[in-house]
Write a protein that binds this ligand. Structure first.
Ligand SMILES: Nc1nc2c(ncn2[C@@H]2O[C@H](COP(=O)(O)OP(=O)(O)O)[C@@H](O)[C@H]2O)c(=O)[nH]1
Ligand SMILES: [Mg+2]
Length: 393
């Protein structure tokens, strides 16, 4: 039976309208990740982003071949603490990092684990790269819960944290991992001869071609620490971290750097309830699943004494102190802020946050997008506070 022309037209109009609505919905959900936090007028990542200034070392001008005795590589390694079960996710990370950077520079990988790596893990990771891979066991004395920790108190505290929705509070290995990343990784004998490290994790993404030696950039510019993402933490996971830090500072006032990040650390304007919950600490931190750092800083007297103080205080177990706020307070208080670098040009994602610059060298993310998922995640962006007090360098 033939359908009258006006009905056909109406049907077509309805289909077009539906398509238009679907398109609008898609647009608004993909823009979701670009909502700006804390009154930031414009995300600097929306502006065209190039390489940092200075003399950069490139693979076509220097010898970066994997087995060269005289290679231009500096004293640096890619490092990760990882479980055998995360092999698939780690291969995904390595695929991205090799594609965007390391296939040009061939820096070695050092994999750390609290249990031995399987043969499959070793074979499949080595097959991803021309660079050397090394597989290291974490010494028992670096991983075990220290003997001054009262285990019944740990279980009690974990229950309280769980009631406050703090993820992984009852998982003792998570606490051990945070402690190892805070104060043990740089003591591992495999890193003794190295100066710089770049930490990677399973299942992270790299979006942009990086065509210079980032470790040489750190060394030539005397950089202590490099980051991509700046976030708020959950105050309930670190209520006594700042009070303990202040106790340490009172005993060691000369450790405080002249050019420190005090205002970023103690800001109580952007998110006052966070600063209050963390007893004076804004909770702003460098997200340490990505970090490029100078091991000499961490091995140095100030940071090591700070870690020892925190470790004795017990908060890695009775609370859920993460290595990210601990590194950040160490860097923010004891390093020179001029030597901390925002790698804005390294496109990066660890679920659910991103660093996504506007550059023809990038693909797979939207310039300026900070998060993927529900809108409330935009609140966790601490970059406006960091840019305000420390800068965008
Ligand atoms: N070998 C080992 N690695 C761990 C353990 N727990 C966490 N990790 C690693 O530590 C890093 C951080 O852990 P992850 O689960 O990603 O924590 P999240 O990013 O805070 O959710 C990752 O590289 C993990 O592979 C553990 O018990 N053993
Ligand atoms: Mg992770």
């Amino acid at each position: 039976m033939a359908i009258a022309r006006p009905i056909r037209m109406l049907g077509a109009a309805c289909i077009l309208l539906c398509l238009f609505l679907v398109f609008q919905l898609h647009q608004s959900s993909s823009e979701e990740g670009s909502k700006l936090a804390h009154g930031m007028k414009k995300d600097p990542l929306v502006d065209p982003t190039g390489e940092p200034a200075g003399n950069l070392w490139r693979a076509d001008e220097h010898d970066y071949s994997p087995d060269s005795e005289q290679s231009a590589r500096t004293n640096a390694a890619l490092i990760t603490l990882v479980r055998n079960e995360e092999l698939g996710q780690l291969l995904s990370t390595m695929t991205d990092l090799e594609r965007t950077w390391n296939s040009k520079f061939n820096y070695p990988y050092i994999f750390f684990n609290d249990v031995p790596f399987t043969e499959e893990f070793k074979q499949k990771t080595q097959a991803m790269t021309k660079a050397k891979c090394q597989y290291e066991l974490v010494p028992k004395e670096h991983w075990d819960v220290p003997d001054w920790i009262n285990m019944p108190l740990f279980y009690e505290s974990a229950k309280v944290l769980e009631e406050q929705d703090i993820q992984y509070s009852s998982k003792i290995s998570y606490h051990q991992m945070c402690r190892w990343n805070s104060g043990m990784f740089y003591k591992h004998p495999a890193l003794a001869g190295y100066r710089y490290y770049w930490r990677i994790e399973p299942n992270v993404k790299f979006f942009c071609d990086v065509d210079y030696d980032v470790f040489r950039y750190m060394e030539d510019g005397n950089k202590t620490y490099g980051f991509t993402i700046n976030l708020y933490d959950a105050p309930q996971s670190i209520p006594s971290l700042w009070p303990e830090t202040q106790r340490f500072l009172a005993a060691n006032p000369s450790y405080l750097s002249d050019n420190n990040m005090w205002e970023w650390i103690t800001d109580d304007v952007a998110r006052p309830e966070h600063t209050k919950g963390a007893n004076g600490y804004s909770t702003c931190h460098f997200w340490s699943n990505f970090e490029i750092g100078d091991l000499d800083f961490f091995r140095g007297e100030k940071y090591e004494a700070y870690f020892q103080h925190l470790d004795r205080a017990g908060g890695f177990f009775y609370e859920r102190w993460g290595d990210a706020p601990v590194h950040s307070l160490g860097i923010g208080l004891f390093a020179d802020a001029a030597n901390v670098h925002w790698f804005r040009d390294i496109g990066y994602n660890h679920i659910p946050y991103l660093n996504c610059p506007n550059s023809p060298k990038c693909s797979g993310c939207k310039a300026g997008q900070f998060f993927q998922g529900a809108d409330f995640l935009s609140k966790e962006d601490c970059r406006p506070t960091y840019f305000k007090y420390v800068g965008t360098h």
